[in-house]
Design a protein around this ligand. Structure first.
Ligand code: IVH
Length: 663
């Protein structure tokens, strides 16, 4: 059973290709737990039940690295990268192109894992490179760290090196929870990973969303590894360790430049922070010839990306009212170049956050922008507080409609209690309704919505369908032709799908994927609106919080009035006949999405595919049914081609979804 569970763990956490449902996995684990409770003498330290963490340590032990853990030289532009390649060629005395392994430089904590006869016996931090801290108790709790290696053929002593990091999504939810409960908020995923690993109590580490990704080996005794770096990584992967799916091999330095360019474009889409690309000479023999200089190998270099954190000055704070009435303080900043773009606004989340930061207007602040998330103010430099700095006053009433503010118990968010009376909430609701993924009303942009509400022409989405060309012509800069076009576009939006409609209503926490699940599950508006909390909870994707928001929405008369008015105005969709899972067009298939998509994000593509019954995996294998590859697709595409897996592009995906499966 342990072997079986370990295999499932590997498929889930290392390959992202589970073969059993979460429920089946949990049942297996529970059976093992029960057995072990009955026969405690049979519990082994590498049992998958032993990952939960153990009683706190007094202090960390010290670990000496037999093979020092080095750092890397940096290159800040293409010229420095080319110079690196020229240096190597001069040293080797040959002008032939060098083969390089390319890997994202993960921004986490370097660690060493020591396996003896396949058992994990020690985990350590890098420390100063020759002595680190013993964090065995903590690394054991990380699901992507195998407690025993899988398969066979590994050296008797194998020290694996890599990075422990926190994916962005896990970091965001960890901080969100911390903000709500008033716990420590981490500045960035790297600090969160470091803080999580430096816990004396491994039960805390066990709750943190950490991952391990391997990039090299240290000590290797009594065993043979392949002669190329990339092949060594493939071995590690077969033995149960996670490696980076973006890794690639190129045949010359020009290939490195190209790899950098492609990944730079996709940096924001990756689920984790990277601060550059590492290029390594792929042939181990050549690595050995080249050797080391002081603390870094000659055979590797890190090409750095623009920093994701920068200092700037807080000029002012404004308070915005969102679709659900949430009042969000927004920092107006002296423009600063960070994470590849110029940032002049950042979110301050809520009042507690301003207090936590101890922020005042005029302060020097550290701004972080990573991925496509909204820039954040992560800390204040109190040492450089200006003499003229002044405190921030949170408004006492809604800055837009002057309604009283409300704060739900246990929530950090402060909301305007004005509901749909509040012009700000009206505007946001209408913008959302008209947006591309909702009812997609062409030409009804944010500015126009604001004009319409300010002019008193609309106050709810239902009013849109009553607008005439004459009404619209009253607006500034609105000619008769654009007015007519807009009326036509609004009319055209009447024909939609239940999923889009549900999404367009802007119910809290109901995103596109949830709306799709709801539509597919209930098939009609009536069935959905009448569903009890219990029935809502049967929908995949819907937990108690979402079920509660849905019921709240359906129990509010004003909302039902708007829905009724919309349907009377002719908004309609074909009712779906409920299809049992096995009848879904893509049931039983495993799809993978890679590269950049133009009309949707990869997550949206995933949700769509899942909606049609497909399983969506993160990596390509012989079991993959189809790979959707956008521009910039890398190793996954190569692998799919090698395995003869069907590859389609975004246009083909759209045609397929529209032609074969709609209605
Ligand atoms: S190789 C001898 N590969 O970057 C080679 N390092 O400045 C040593 N890092 O502390 C490292 N991703 O933690 C290597 N794919 C990767 C990496 C990587 C992140 C970190 C590593 C080290 C630092 C080097």
């Amino acid at each position: 059973m342990r072997a079986q569970i370990n295999q499932h763990n590997y498929r889930y956490h290392v390959l992202d290709e589970p073969v059993v449902s979460d429920a089946e996995y949990d049942a297996l684990l529970r059976r093992l737990q029960a057995l072990e409770q009955q026969y405690p003498a049979l519990i082994s330290s590498d049992s998958p039940t032993q990952r939960v963490g153990s009683a706190p340590l007094q202090q960390f032990g010290q670990v000496r690295h037999d093979v020092p853990m080095l750092s890397l030289d940096n290159a800040f532009d293409d010229e420095e990268l080319l110079a690196f390649d020229r240096r190597l060629k001069e040293r080797i005395g040959s002008d032939s192109a060098i083969e390089y392994a390319c890997e994202p430089k993960l921004d986490g904590i370097a660690v060493s894992l020591l396996y003896e006869n396949g058992s994990l016996i020690r985990g350590a931090t890098r420390g100063d490179g020759s002595t680190g801290e013993d964090i065995t108790h903590n690394v054991r709790t990380i699901d992507s760290v195998p407690l025993t290696l899988l398969g066979s053929g590994y050296p008797e002593v194998l020290e694996v090196r890599g990075e422990i990091y926190m994916p962005r999504a896990g970091f965001a939810s960890l901080n969100e929870r911390a903000r709500e409960s008033g716990d420590k908020v981490f500045v960035n995923p790297r600090n969160a990973a470091a803080g999580s690993l430096r816990q004396l109590d491994s039960r805390i580490t066990a709750q943190r969303p950490l991952q391990m990704c391997c990039y090299s080996v240290g000590r290797v005794d009594r065993g043979q590894l392949p002669e190329r770096h990339s092949a060594i990584l493939d071995c590690l992967n077969e033995w149960g360790l996670r490696i980076n799916a973006e890794s690639a091999i190129v045949t010359s330095i020009e290939g490195c430049l190209e790899y950098y360019r492609q990944l730079a474009v996709r940096r924001d889409e990756l689920p984790y922070d990277i601060d550059g690309i590492v290029f390594k000479v792929n042939a181990i023999a050549l690595q050995q010839t080249l050797g080391f200089v002081s603390r870094a190998p000659r055979w590797a270099i890190a090409r750095k990306f623009p920093a994701q954190e920068q200092s700037t000055r807080l000029l002012d704070v404004e308070f915005q009212v969102g679709r659900t009435g949430a009042i969000t303080p927004v920092a107006r900043l002296e423009p600063v170049f960070v994470g590849g773009v110029t940032v002049s606004n950042a979110t301050l989340h809520n009042r507690d956050e301003i207090e936590r930061l101890g922020l005042e207007i005029g302060d020097e602040v550290l701004v972080r922008r990573a991925g496509d998330v909204i820039p954040q103010v992560v800390s204040v430099n109190l040492e450089r507080r200006a003499a003229g700095s002044r405190a921030i006053t949170f408004p006492e009433r809604c800055p837009v409609c002057d309604s009283a503010l409300v704060q739900a118990e246990g929530e950090a968010v402060i909301r305007c209690g004005g509901g749909l009376v509040c012009a700000a909430q009206q505007k946001e609701a209408i913008k959302h309704y008209a947006s591309r993924r909702a009812l997609d009303i062409e030409g009804l942009g944010d500015k126009l919505v604001e004009q319409l509400v300010d002019a008193g022409l609309v106050s709810s989405v239902a009013d849109l369908y009553q607008l005439s060309v004459a009404d619209l012509s009253e607006l500034e800069r609105m000619g008769p032709r654009s007015a007519a076009n807009l009326v036509t576009a609004i009319a055209a939006s009447r024909e939609t799908s239940l999923a889009r409609f549900v999404y367009a209503l802007g119910i809290r926490e109901v995103g596109e994927a949830t709306a799709l699940s709801l539509a597919q599950h209930f098939g009609s508006w009536e069935a959905l609106q009448g569903a009890t909390e219990e029935r809502l909870l049967q929908v995949p994707d819907v937990g108690p919080v979402v079920a509660d928001y849905l019921r709240q929405f359906f129990d509010t008369v004003e909302n039902l009035t708007v829905v009724k008015a919309l349907r009377e105005a002719g908004v309609s969709w074909p009712d779906l006949v409920q299809t049992p899972a096995a009848d879904q067009p893509l049931a039983g298939e495993t799809w993978v999405v890679t590269g950049t998509l133009e009309t949707m994000t990869r997550d949206q593509a995933k949700a769509l595919l899942q909606g049609y019954g497909a399983k969506v995996a993160a990596s390509v294998s012989a079991k993959t049914s189809c790979l959707v590859a956008g521009p910039g697709a890398g190793s996954k595409l190569t692998k799919a081609e090698k395995l003869g897996v069907t590859v389609i592009d975004e246009t083909a995906l759209q045609t397929l979804l529209e032609r074969d499966f709609k209605d």
